[in-house]
Ligand binder design. Sequence first.
Ligand SMILES: [Zn+2]
Length: 439
Amino acid sequence: MNKTAIPSAGGYWLRDARVMACLLDAPVGPVDGEGLCRVDLRIEARLIADIAPAGTAAEGIPLRGGQVWPCFVDGHTHLDKGHIWPRSANPDGSFKGALETVAADRDRHWAALDVAARFEFGLRCAWHHGTGAIRTHIDSEGARTSSSWEVFSRLREDWAGRVSLQAASIASLEIFTGEEGARLANLVARHGGVLGMVTTLQDGPVPDWFQPALERFFALAEERGLDIDLHVDESGASGARALREIALTALRRGFKGKIQCGHCCSLSMQPEDYARETIAACAEAGLSVVVLPMCNLYLQGRAPGRTPRWRGVTLVHELKAAGVPVSLASDNCRDPFYAYGDHDMVEVFRESVRILQLDHPFGDWARAVTAVPADVMGLSEMGRLRKGARADLVLFPARGMTELLARPQSDRIVLRAGRVQQSELPDYRELDAVLGLGA
Ligand SMILES: [Zn+2]
């Protein structure tokens, strides 16, 4: 596959492509055992003008059976924290080490220029890899909060038309018992954001403040018509059971907005019956779950000198089977919560397939990095292959799924509005000055 073969003007056909049938509105021809079907795609006037059975086009660019995906949607990231690792490494890879190290780095360093440089570095990685939309969380406790939200708003504008950006707050649930919660909800509403918080329940009885704080949190979102996006039960403690309380609270209140819950790791440590009931409540409440397998695998089950015994992830198959929309996303990149990562949704999908066994069959899991998060973010025109949609596509030489998932797909070609994207991954050295590192 050769970039230069794709015209920089006029319409053209991409011939003999494979596409995941679950990303089409309806299958175009026979679907193979991996969920792929063979098509020709017509690109015209920046759009997908036609998706026809392979063999339709008399001429065009031959993809020789290579896969075509829509640009990806990354529904849970932390662009404000990204890439601080060289300056503030997690001392032991633990969750506690991550919390403490990030808080200290934030208070000391997160001036607008620092956040903007790292935030945009992450965006450029995502852009290069073929992502079309991102939701980031923004640390929203302490003196840096409004400055970080202003950075987000400015970059959302700068990147409009390239990467659609959304933001959700992240702050501890406790603050919503007081005035700080209302102030934060106002700030989020002013920036067109999503109201978010993190639940910190562990083993033991639910503390008295928990339910009133949750009610107040929902009320603040309702009063401002905000969607909500939460970090929930991100631990291996079987007593961390906020997910059910969130679902039941949403049902009781008849909450009208969208709810996304991230992580929910402890669900997989709970008794089967209890977990099944929680999942049923989630399905009834219409909430969606976003899973962050790379970050969970890194942080959960970690203890010095002890081999981890679990993968740290929630019950994705059971949630999906119950009708809960499940997305897969990046989460942190090169910060104390995850030392690695590059906002590459191909890596996220590849690692998720391996960690969560999303294979044999692959089913419609391709939607978990495309159409499902697009719907959660209210961007239903994205993340699918549809006639009339903008031709934002990722072309892979890989034909079947093992070819796609065995290699990093560094030779993919990204099309934006039907034209080849010319981009390079940013060099880490660009961040040296901002991170206070010598050459
Ligand atoms: Zn997160």
